[in-house]
Design a protein around this ligand. Structure first.
Ligand code: BV8
Length: 252
């Protein structure tokens, strides 16, 4: 358990901050039962590396394999509920209305917890779109309205017949320009950045703490493990976010 003094030191900084930004990764959803990217996937998927499946090339080569990978992750995520870490971040936003969450996660646990100011860098796993973006980028497709042979893989786009794919950002794909622009704005106006539950391995998200620090922000990492971001953090709270974040809010 982290010493109270460490929690109180960061809580004092939080209390003094005018604008707070929180960068979250898969670790913040771990205590909700959602495996992180670093966790070996279970069973059938254990032999796959997610970074090899979350690509356009993999989908083009085998749409059914990639579609089934996302259906597997959707099944795991659907029963997940916000954990005390998500709820603490929503409580922080109540207290600091300028607080913005920049998330790499594709689950909707921040929204379920009541957070409002969220910048989604990598999309939403529950959303789907036409792989050809035939009506514009993105061309949303509501698969609940479609009937298709599920064992054959993804449905066809009702407009053009191309395969439907998850509306997430794959490796090698650009992040949504609007999300990047909003994030860039926020990073340059941040007094204090909490970096929660991210291994700091995927860019451009991983570069954001350094951008905020160069613009004058104090960086606080909340993660049980050391990461490449630890080196530029002013404070590292080594613990699970579901325990550390509620203690920070309590100590305010
Ligand atoms: C881009 C959506 C421009 C999909 C995701 C070579 C060729 C091509 C590209 C690249 C290249 N080299 C670098 C790149 C760029 C590439 C990249 O960074 N690759 C990595 C692998 C090196 N990035 C991109 O391609 C991005 N686009 O750059 O466009 C471009 C275009 C073409 C060519 C070059 C550049 C797009 C990246 C987005 C990919 N999509 N998600 C899906 O979900 O299926 S990324 C996905 O993985 C997540 O969204 C997340 O971002 C990342 C996983 O990271 P984390 O969230 O940090 O999770 P992780 O499991 O890693 O770590 C969990 C952490 O939590 C750990 O530290 C753990 O200790 C901690 N933890 C555990 N328990 C707890 C906890 N913390 C707190 N509490 C706990 N209880």
């Amino acid at each position: 358990m982290l010493p109270d003094a460490q929690i109180e030191q960061v809580a004092t900084l939080l209390g003094r901050a005018k604008t707070i930004t929180v960068l979250t990764g898969a670790g913040v959803s771990k205590e909700s039962g959602v495996p992180t990217f670093r966790d070996a996937l279970e069973g059938l998927w254990a032999r796959f590396d997610p970074t090899q499946l979350a690509t356009r090339a993999a989908f083009k080569a085998d749409p059914k394999l990639v579609w089934d990978f996302y259906e597997y992750r959707r099944e795991i995520m659907r029963p997940a509920r916000p954990n005390p870490g998500h709820l603490a971040l929503a409580a922080l936003e109540q207290r600091f209305p300028s607080l913005t969450i920049i998330t790499q996660n594709v689950d909707d646990l921040h929204e379920q917890a009541g957070s409002q100011r969220i910048i989604r860098l990598h999309g939403r796993i529950e959303a789907n779109k036409c792989a050809a973006d035939c009506q514009g980028s993105p061309t949303p497709v509501d698969v609940a309205q479609l009937t298709w042979e599920k064992s054959a893989g993804p449905p066809a786009c009702p407009h053009c017949g191309s395969p439907v794919r998850p509306d997430v950002v794959w490796f090698g794909e650009m992040l949504p320009a609007e999300a990047l622009a909003r994030a860039a704005d926020v990073l340059h106006q941040t007094d204090l950045m909490l970096v929660v539950g991210t291994s700091g391995l995927v860019s451009p998200a991983a570069d954001m703490p350094a951008v905020a620090r160069r613009a004058g922000a104090t960086i606080v990492e909340i993660n049980p493990d050391e990461t490449p971001i630890s080196a530029i953090a002013h404070h590292c709270l080594r613990g699970p976010s579901g325990e550390v974040l509620p203690r920070l809010v309590e100590a305010l």
